[in-house]
Design a protein around this ligand. Structure first.
Ligand code: FES
Length: 115
């Protein structure tokens, strides 16, 4: 687990994106809970941005895919897969996330390019 940020900087309905372990990670507060995702859309690999959370969805800045919170399921048919959920822990007001392995990130890219 790596440190992500202080918990109190993410109000309800907002997100933060940070590079952790070489990967973009998004933490969102939705319905009072915090969720962490690999912040990459598998359509064309745009990185999701902090301002993309709206009405219970994360909207990809690339071509408009909408991922439902908290499942991360895509709804528009552009992305093939749900967002990859990451483990998250809060300790003493600090958020920690489990960063995806480099192998997993490379596999996602390879799978996407094979289409
Ligand atoms: S890259 Fe996300 S919709 Fe195209």
């Amino acid at each position: 687990m790596v440190w992500f940020s202080k918990e109190n900087i993410i109000p309800e309905g907002t997100a933060r994106v940070k590079i952790r372990g070489g990967a973009p990670v998004m933490v969102v507060r939705h319905g009072g809970n915090l969720y962490a995702y690999l912040a990459v859309c598998d359509h064309k690999y745009y990185v999701l941005c902090e301002r993309a959370v709206k009405d219970g969805k994360i909207i990809c800045p690339g071509h408009g895919e909408e991922f439902i919170l908290p499942s991360g399921e895509p709804t528009k048919g552009k992305a093939k897969s749900p967002l990859i959920r990451l483990k998250l822990e809060v300790k003493d007001g600090d958020i920690y996330v489990e960063v995806p392995s480099r192998n997993l990130i490379e596999k996602l890219i390879k799978d996407s390019l094979s289409d």
